[in-house]
Write a protein that binds this ligand. Structure first.
Ligand code: GLN
Ligand code: ZN
Length: 755
């Protein structure tokens, strides 16, 4: 009957054991042997969890000390030459140096894995890049799994995805040119796996879900024809999007199986099932590996049964993608509202769901009648729960009109009114919001959480931090001040905790990069604001100074993007609900006399769908959500937004459509080059291009920032320019912040004098 498998399991450990072990090793608190032992135990535990839940083929190679792409680089012996390592002797320490940099070399770049919040280490290529031999880790892990009497299915990043997601470090050279050199290295790995008794190897090729250039698509069939001869059967795995457009050639290719994502793109199943070749398997991803909701098992079983009728033994069952992107085990959540908890499934529970589908397929629906009925009951309870539905929110959304998405007057008319009210000098200086989260702030928050510090004492501690921040900004001579965000642990969590419709887990960790994990909130119901969330803090800050203080909020798209989102209504609807809550907060800030309000949208760009065809729709609702949040104010109230990246590419029309009065962006690492795009586009409103990189402790001199400002003033109207750092300063230390901001103020003054 159908083989069940998983494409990957969370590697960090239910208690984040890998994080602790790796960090202890980095800090010299633990030795290599200890680290190795933790890794081995985690692998064993995770394999056993999977095999106990009925998984036939367990993934091997989904474990990584830092990242799976970096593991592939290590396995291929393809460490960049600039590190000067002997490729065939890459040690664990060298591996970590690739990820984190060393005294001579900056780390390899890191970027987001498709539309997830996971970051991978970007391979670096040049004409001289050579492959293989590399680390032994994968082969050792196969032996480990075999010793546990498991059936290992090694997981590799496929050669085309590996190349495509890398980056050229040389002009006039295309990384696809490396394929002929790369394939023999893959073949050698596959041959060794075959010799070790491996039957199946999973080759992840998620780039097939992107809009690929034709030469990349054409490279697939011959590449896999070559690899198929190496021995093991190859399961080409795709996920996150439909690959229906590739169905025809995939079916006639040399691979022994194809995995497709039937959660994100169920419509593609028909394209594959039809005339599916007799000598291949089709693996259906039926359980959502990207979200935390229980599966509609009846629907999944329907899909599996109809595929099974056509495919018989050739049907495999799996989650949609690696379970890396969801937390490990729901059972650890002992303080979650039980009603909400009953609607959720984390990695462990998802495999249990898969087992039910498998059993239903093998023994017939009768055999799983109880499971199906119970799941149906829970889904119905969720659909009907007052926790998910707030009629007031729905009514408000339905009652919106065009006017709610528009400022009263165009920017040209608002701008003079705002200047009149704020009375800022030319080249006004400001910061992005947060100031250093000092040990005192962190200690007070921890003590408050644990109940040691009562509400009043906690408020006093936060007020002290705000006083300190305001005092320092006044002394520095900044123009538009901020309160410093001392009271915020995290820019999404802070608001989510105060909004109806959001739940928080205690152990719901998901790996973000390396040893870093995040605990995304879960949006389960209609979002509503019960009472003001920030007015007291901002009001307090404003009471301390005659200079204007900016209100500081997180935007609807970012609130959505950095959470697990409900799957029972469109993302757009949820975004608009959040926008309404923020709109109310904006109105309350304005009523309290706040003249400038910033609504951060650092995740605006990362919400872009993988396929170009879906982007217009996303940009449409994302812009609407921001406008709904921000447009309720009078003309003389200034709306700021902030985005911490610099690749705006073709989304500039959408950025302009946000109609924020001021946008601050990260530009200094690109030396203001980005502004050229703003100039060509004719971006109309004010811009604050970051003049110094907050990711580094280096303090640039005033003259350096001045030079960047001169460059900026050549690209955009100097009248429109603001002066600010690249991003928030919460991860920095006060002494360097004060020095850098003093230099920044000096640079702004020099610009004013030169006018
Ligand atoms: N206002 C936030 C801060 O300064 C913005 C953070 C961000 O862009 N990610 O920390
Ligand atoms: Zn930022």
């Amino acid at each position: 009957m159908a083989v069940t498998h998983s494409l990957g399991f969370p590697r960090i450990g239910a208690g984040r054991e890998l994080k602790q072990a790796v960090e202890a090793y980095w800090a010299g608190r633990a030795g290599l042997a200890e680290l190795m032992e933790t890794g081995r135990q985690l692998r064993e535990r995770h394999w056993k969890i999977q095999s106990h839940s009925g998984i036939d083929l367990v993934p091997v190679g989904d474990f990584a000390w830092y990242d799976q792409m970096l593991n592939m680089t290590a396995l291929l012996g393809a460490a960049p030459d600039r590190f000067g390592f002997q490729p065939d002797v890459l040690t664990l320490d060298q591996y970590f140096q690739l990820a984190r940099g060393n005294a001579e070399q900056p780390a390899m770049e890191m970027t987001k894995w498709f539309d997830t919040n996971y970051h991978y280490i970007v391979p670096e290529f040049d004409r001289e890049t050579r492959f293989g031999p590399g680390t032994e880790w994968l082969f050792d892990e196969v032996e480990e799994a075999k010793a546990l009497r498991l059936n290992p299915k090694p997981v590799l990043i496929g050669p085309l995805t590996y190349l495509y997601l890398g980056k050229e470090r040389q002009a006039g050279f295309g990384r696809l040119e490396l394929l002929p050199r790369l394939l023999p290295a893959y073949a050698a790995i596959l041959r060794r796996l075959h010799a070790a008794g491996v039957h199946w190897v999973q080759m992840d090729e998620p780039i097939l879900g992107l809009d690929l250039p034709p030469d990349w698509i054409e490279a697939f069939a011959p590449a896999y024809a070559a690899l198929a001869e190496a021995g093991p059967k190859l399961l080409l795995a795709t996920y996150f999007a439909s690959v229906a457009e590739h169905a025809v050639w995939l079916k006639s290719s040399a691979v022994a199986g194809v995995h497709i994502d039937a959660v994100r793109a169920p419509e593609q199943v028909a394209d594959f099932v039809e005339e599916f070749p007799a000598d291949k398997v089709l693996s259906l991803g039926l359980i959502d590996g990207r979200n935390v909701w229980r599966t509609d098992l009846r629907r999944a079983l329907d899909l599996a049964e109809s595929a099974s009728a056509a495919l018989g033994e050739r049907l495999w069952l799996a989650p949609s993608c690696s379970l890396l992107h969801v937390p490990q085990d729901l059972e650890l959540e002992t303080s979650l509202n039980p009603e909400i908890k009953a609607w959720l499934a984390f990695a462990v529970q998802k495999l249990e769901e898969l087992a039910v589908i498998d059993k239903g397929l093998r023994l017939g629906r009768q055999a799983v009648a109880a499971e199906l009925a119970e799941q149906e009951r829970l889904l119905l309870a969720r659909a009907q729960s007052p926790l998910t539905h707030d009629p007031d929110v729905k009514r408000r959304l339905e009652g919106l009109s065009d006017a709610d998405f528009r400022r009263y007057s165009p920017f040209g008319e608002r701008c003079p009114l705002q200047r009149e009210r704020l009375r800022l000098p030319p080249f006004p200086t400001t910061t992005i919001g947060s100031f250093p989260q000092t040990p005192a702030i962190r200690k007070a928050r921890a003590a408050h959480r644990s109940g040691e510090l009562n509400e009043a004492a906690y408020r006093d501690a936060m007020r002290a931090a705000i006083r300190e921040a305001i005092g320092k900004q006044e002394a520095l001579g900044l123009d538009l001040l901020v309160h410093g965000e001392a009271e915020r642990n995290d820019m999404v969590e802070y608001f989510g905790e105060q909004l109806a419709g959001y739940a928080f887990t205690k152990h719901g960790w998901v790996q973000s990069y390396g040893s870093r994990c995040v605990k995304p909130p879960i949006i389960y119901g209609d979002v509503a604001r019960a009472k003001p969330m920030t007015v007291e803090w901002i009001g307090y800050a404003q009471s301390l100074t005659k200079k204007p203080v900016k209100g500081m909020l997180t935007g609807p798209v970012t609130m959505l993007q950095w959470s697990f989102v409900r799957d029972d209504q469109p993302r757009a609807t949820t975004a608009l609900q959040i926008a309404l809550a923020i709109r109310d907060e904006v109105a309350d800030l304005e009523a309290a006399g706040v003249a400038a309000i910033q609504i951060d949208e650092p995740a605006f760009r990362e919400g872009l769908p993988l396929k170009a065809a879906d982007r217009a729709d996303y940009l449409d609702w994302a812009v609407k959500a921001f406008r709904l949040a921000s447009c309720g104010v009078a003309d003389d109230t200034q709306i700021h937004t902030h985005m911490c990246y610099s690749e705006f590419g073709d989304i500039l029309p959408a950025i302009a459509a946000l109609d924020a009065d001021v946008i601050t962006v990260e530009t200094c690492r690109s030396a203001m080059d980005l502004l050229e795009a703003f100039r060509v586009f004719g971006y109309p409103n004010d811009i604050g291009p970051g003049v110094y990189d907050i990711h580094s402790p280096r303090v640039p001199a005033g003259a350096e920032m001045r030079a960047l400002l001169e460059k900026a003033a050549a690209a955009v109207d100097p009248e429109r320019l603001w002066v600010n750092p690249d991003c928030g300063l919460k991860t920095r230390q006060w002494p360097e912040v004060e020095q850098a901001l003093a230099n920044m103020v000096e640079a702004a003054r020099a610009m004013r004098e030169a006018k």
